[in-house]
Design a protein around this ligand. Structure first.
Ligand code: ADP
Ligand code: MG
Length: 728
């Protein structure tokens, strides 16, 4: 066994779980490190507090003198927790989080120093924007960008740093981050949903979109990861034969959590509690060493921040436990991949979940309004929704017979399908009194009972209604939820604006009453969105064919899917809602296609290196042993030797063929890469990487994996799947 592989396994086997201090009550430490309403109430004047609340609820501006007061209170609060630095914490378009720390410390002459932090530093900072992806905005508008405080997401203390959530924008106003468009989309859906909700309750003033994500991940011992250059550099294995035991016994899902992983989770949960991330659920996932963690849902902007923060914290806590967290959507071929289900709903400031059934027929008509509008929005924008979850890594998971396919469809369950069928037959125009009573009592009125036993969840659907929320399941485990949430909330906002216009038009023109108008519009929508509804097996081949017949898109790769991001339709959508300008949209697209090409490029280089420098030399070594063996047999048996060396001779030949295949494919792949790298247009470059470079991965891997099965285990340099997945 190679030294590295040997020590990696030895080290990981010898690790004991890190001891976790005695449990404290979660509720006692919850949000202790967050400058939230409670902390603010204790330290701010009434005026300052009211001003922050007003900014959070209505997006109003906070004036400078008040900002100074808040900054000073924040600083005192942070210093009391042993903090020395502060940072504007933001989410650039790399998908990760960024921070630049500054000390509170300042000198005031005469060899004296103080801790200082004013409103100016709280509200605005200027990191160097030129090192973050900006998709050409740099060239057009200079590199300068600034971060600006987002009061809707509370500041928090992590380690010895006060982190202030911020947006990141260019001086010319263009968004350079994930948060800015999200906040704009949330405003759009708020306004549009309030207008529609007022049909049912005049008192509604605000609608919040909520998000509850479910984060899946793998935990692999850090030493084992260090022995795999592919995991180190790309987050996934680029080769490796599946182990003889995988997940076929289904013995991992919800099974008892291994001790080391449990210690990690408890430690992680404590950190989350302190940071106010309301994590609640933890369990084993389908694959060995795969787990899931889910919080209680929150307002979407906060939930997105919390997921980004969580991913950072997960990495940091993992270091203490000698683990590496694999967030990749498909770290191991042939083994279940990881996703990040986005549970989404809309709720009013009057406490109503607009996607939950109510107690009265009228509240259920409201439910149907939002339910049907969401489905219509997905139907009309399925391509954009698909694009919102596209990434090089998620490509490996989508449609891989374990995750939703690349076709977007909506699952609503048998009972609600029946309700929609009945509503579809509603008479055009004014309803008769009998019809109205019937609908209210027997169709709409019965929804709550129906939903109670709506347990037949279809796990294969990318977008499923699950009782009181929609669950967007195609989101990848590495994703920043901001992008899919920006798209989902934008398309729903647009649809709700249309719904209101359609209903108002009927009320205005034909003297139709409100309920009649709503029923009529719902009926029309149901007729229009049928193609998107699918209750069957989303993993099956048959669905792909059926979806094609229905005219649904099926973009199998990221470069193909991303095109929807820059279509005329998308530009019109985002511009009409003030979510993004054409310039911002195009810049983002540039960044995404560039990221894709770089991603495949790195994988291709890594694979080429491992294949040539690890696999081939090992194969040659083993082949030489076989050759020596054959020579020995020949020395003993002379002419008869073949009788005793037949197998060895076949192995020698097979190894030669595979070495040849690997080497020639690596050469061809490198040549294609050279061609790709001289393409100037980023979109074409991404397509070239996808169509011409990536296909070699499978071919090269195939032969490497075959060699793994042939070659003496003692010689094989790379830690094997069984060791990565079953060592604990
Ligand atoms: P699962 O999908 O694994 O069966 P649940 O359906 O219980 O689990 O919940 C998954 C996630 O959905 C959790 O994060 C939960 O907080 C969230 N969730 C529940 N209700 C809502 C809602 N109304 N809006 C958004 N998310 C929600
Ligand atoms: Mg779920």
């Amino acid at each position: 066994m190679s030294t590295l592989r040997f020590y990696a396994i030895k080290e990981s086997l010898n690790r004991a779980p890190i001891k976790i201090e005695t449990t404290v009550k979660r509720s006692e430490i919850f949000a202790q490190n967050v400058f939230n309403a409670t902390a603010m109430l204790q330290s701010l004047t009434k005026d300052a507090y009211a001003s922050v609340v007003n900014a959070i609820e209505n997006g109003s501006k906070i004036d400078r003198s008040i900002a100074d007061q808040i900054a000073s209170a924040m600083k005192d609060w942070a210093l009391s927790k042993g903090v020395t630095h502060y940072t504007h914490w933001f989410q650039p378009l790399t998908g990760a989080t960024a921070e630049k720390h500054d000390a509170f410390f300042e000198t005031i002459g005469d060899g004296q120093a103080i801790e200082a932090f004013g409103g100016d530093q709280l509200v605005q900072q200027e990191p160097d924007a030129s090192s973050f992806p900006n998709g050409g905005l740099r060239n057009t508008f200079e590199a300068r960008g600034y971060t600006a405080w987002d009061p809707t997401s509370p500041a928090f203390v992590y380690g010895t740093t006060l982190c202030i959530p911020t947006v990141f924008v260019a001086y010319t106003g263009e968004a350079l981050d994930n948060k800015t468009p999200l906040l704009r989309a949330l405003q759009a859906v708020d306004a549009a949903a309030v207008a529609v909700a007022k049909y049912f309750d005049k008192n509604v003033k605000k609608v919040n979109a909520s998000l509850g994500w479910e984060q899946e991940y793998f935990l692999i011992d850090k030493a084992l990861v260090a022995s795999r250059p592919d995991i180190m550099l790309t987050g996934r294995t680029l080769l490796g034969h599946p182990p003889s035991k995988g997940q076929q016994l289904d013995d991992h899902y919800f099974g008892s959590i291994p001790n080391r992983a449990m210690a990690y989770m408890r430690d992680l949960e404590t950190e989350c509690m302190l940071l106010g991330i309301p994590v609640k659920t933890r369990h084993n996932e389908v694959a060995p060493n795969q787990f899931e963690l889910a919080p209680i849902y929150e307002e979407t902007n906060l939930a997105v921040d919390h997921n980004s923060l969580l991913m950072d914290v997960m990495d940091k806590v993992a270091e203490r436990h000698h683990f590496k967290v694999l967030f990749h959507e498909k770290p191991f071929a042939g083994v279940n991949g990881s996703g990040k289900h986005n549970n989404w709903s809309l709720s009013t400031d009057t406490g109503i979940n607009l996607l939950g059934p109510g107690k009265t027929p009228m509240s259920n008509l409201q439910f149907l309004t939002f339910f049907v509008s969401t489905i219509k929005a997905v139907h009309d924008n399925e391509e954009l929704l698909r694009a919102s979850i596209a990434s090089a890594s998620n490509d490996h998971r989508l449609g891989a017979n374990e995750a939703p396919p690349a076709v977007i469809s909506v699952f609503i369950g048998e009972q609600l399908s029946k309700v929609l069928n009945e509503l579809e037959s509603v008479t055009k125009g004014k309803l008769s009194p009998k019809e109205k009573t019937d609908l209210k009592l027997n169709v709409v009125g019965k929804i709550p009972e129906i939903l109670l036993d709506n347990t037949d969840r279809n796990r294969t659907s990318p977008f499923a209604f699950t009782g009181n929320k929609f669950e967007f399941r195609a989101v990848g485990s590495t994703a920043n939820c901001a992008n899919p949430m920006t798209v989902l909330n934008s398309i729903v906002a647009k649809q709700l604006i249309e719904f209101k216009a359609d209903v108002d038009a009927l009320i205005d023109s034909k003297e139709m009453k409100k309920d009649d108008a709503i029923f009529n519009v719902i009926r029309e929508y149901i007729k229009q969105f049928k193609a998107i509804l699918f209750e069957g097996n989303g993993y099956g081949e048959a669905w792909q064919k059926e979806a094609k017949k229905r005219g649904l898109s099926n973009a199998k790769t990221t470069p193909e899917a991303l095109k929807a991001n820059v279509s005329e339709k998308t530009i019109a959508l985002f511009e009409s809602l003030d979510v993004m300008t054409k310039v911002e949209i195009k810049a983002r697209y540039e960044i995404q296609v560039e990221a894709y090409a770089m991603h495949v490029q790195i994988e291709s280089r890594t694979l080429g290196d491992i294949a040539r420098n690890h696999v081939i030399p090992t194969a040659v070594k083993y082949q030489n042993i076989l050759i020596e063996n054959v020579k020995g047999i020949k020395a003993i048996y002379g002419k008869e030797f073949k009788k005793f060396a037949q197998e060895q001779l076949e192995l020698i030949e097979d190894i030669s063929k595979r070495i040849g295949a690997i080497n020639s494919n690596v050469t061809k792949m490198i040549n294609e890469r050279k061609k790709a790298n001289v393409i100037n247009n980023s979109e074409q470059k991404a397509a070239y990487y996808c169509d011409k470079v990536k296909p070699f991965f499978e071919e090269i891997r195939y032969h490497c994996d075959k060699l793994e099965l042939m070659i003496d285990d003692e010689l094989w340099p790379l830690t094997k799947y069984r060791e990565l997945l079953f060592t604990r």
